[in-house]
Design a protein around this ligand. Structure first.
Ligand code: GLA
Length: 406
């Protein structure tokens, strides 16, 4: 997305802001000057490899996509927060003294959860009004929730001049999702969205929270995301159940081996796993095999990316998909259909489901100049099978969450 396009989004939000919030409210009228508005741009994340490894303290490589949540607002002297989502055409008001879970308006809980974390950690926050828009598909495996969490975190840090270490920002946002929203997700999404840089992928190690930037250049190829239109909230899926299964597997493995240094599935080698095959419940064996082999695939993909070996990279994605489908069991008929059909095309090097699974999107690596042919062919086939067209996004890499001036 070009700067001029993001500017249009922000200009529209600012105009809306003036219309929705300024008229009739003394506190805000006093605070309001267009130049006082804080604008934050927060991208979605595209995970290239390393699925369900984050909460197993493993590895992943991801980028930010040039689709965003846009946030614009100002502070005032009240202790009230007022949020309007242009995207959903919904408005919410609440007091900072009493931040309770909202059963009806699910999306506001991501914002409330983050504010609660900052307050709990001793940061001084006052009232504010904010309008939000998005061109990032929601609940499609591109982490719109993390984009919103890190976006609101950056917004209040700028608004109230809070000095916060970026790793803490990531932890607060993650904790909001774990403890307020109720999804026990790992750090992949918030970490990527907060840290990644344009034209780079980020190599993440969840064991020690170290990271490394890898130049991201696919040459004549590009990432094509295909959204299956099977939208879901992770809280309504088996996601938390997978986390429990992994914890359970760690317990059993460390007790059989009497090795207390095994703290997560990422401490298990493939050799050890096969030695334990008979002793582990079959399902937990497969869950563990996914995590162990996925971590290996992250390392292999890192090498291919550095050497620009696109064919190898594509094959690694396919292996990852099979592992997610058979061992981790998080694929769906639509996701499998998309991966199967898209990888039949000679311009496609590989594909896999992206994010948690249970619906959402797939990621594919394709020849840039064939994107429109691929879209045409896959749309027709998908439409025939599922009576609706999927959505396509060509992923250009982007910076992580940042304040922008327009
Ligand atoms: C979701 C979660 C992440 C991660 C992925 C699967 O996106 O939010 O923490 O677990 O699923 O890799």
């Amino acid at each position: 997305m070009k700067k001029s396009e993001t500017n249009i989004f922000f200009k529209n939000l600012q105009d809306l802001f003036c219309g929705k919030f300024i008229r009739g409210c003394k506190e805000r009228e006093n605070a309001f000057k267009k130049e006082n508005l804080i604008n934050v741009l927060s991208p979605g994340r595209v995970n290239i490899i390393g699925e369900h490894t984050d909460y197993n303290l493993g590895l992943a490589i991801s980028v930010a996509v040039n689709k965003y949540i846009f946030l614009t607002g100002i502070r005032d002297d009240s202790n009230k927060v007022e949020v309007y989502s242009k995207y959903l055409n919904e408005r919410c008001k609440f007091s900072l003294d009493k931040i309770g879970y909202d059963e009806k308006t699910q999306w506001i809980n991501y914002i409330k959860g983050v504010l609660k974390e900052y307050i709990k950690n001793g940061y001084k926050i006052g009232g504010f009004s904010i309008v939000i828009d998005s061109n990032l598909p929601i609940a499609a495996g591109m982490s719109s929730s993390a984009a919103l969490e890190v976006g609101i975190a950056k917004f209040i840090e700028e608004l109230f001049n809070l000095k916060v270490d970026k790793k803490d920002t990531v932890k607060y946002c993650n904790s909001a999702e774990n403890n307020f929203v109720g999804v026990k997700c790992g750090l992949l999404d918030q970490f990527t969205v907060a840290y990644v840089k344009k034209n780079n992928a980020i190599f993440l190690n969840f064991k020690d929270l170290s990271y490394e930037y890898i130049p991201f250049n696919l040459g004549e190829n590009t990432i094509l995301i295909i959204d299956s239109n099977e939208n879901r909230n992770l809280s309504d899926t088996e996601y938390n159940n997978r986390i429990d299964e992994c914890k359970n597997a760690v317990k059993i493995i460390s007790s059989i081996t009497k090795d207390s240094s095994i703290k997560s599935l990422s401490d298990v080698s493939l050799d050890l796993l096969y030695r334990l095959e008979e002793k582990l419940p079959e399902k937990l064996f497969r869950r563990t095999r996914h995590v162990v082999t996925e971590n290996n695939r992250v390392l292999l993909l890192k090498e291919s990316l550095l050497k620009s070996e696109i064919k190898k990279l594509g094959l690694i994605l396919l292996k990852s998909h099979n592992s997610l489908k058979y061992d981790y069991e998080v694929s769906t008929e639509r996701l499998d259909f998309l991966v199967d059909e898209v990888t039949k095309l000679k311009w496609v090097y590989g594909a896999r489901l992206m994010g948690a699974g249970f619906g959402g999107s797939i990621i594919s690596i394709v020849k840039k100049d064939k994107v429109s042919d691929i879209i045409e062919i896959i749309s027709k086939k998908f439409l025939k099978k599922f009576a609706e067209a999927p959505k396509f996004i060509e992923c250009l890499s982007s910076d992580g969450t940042k304040r922008v001036s327009i």
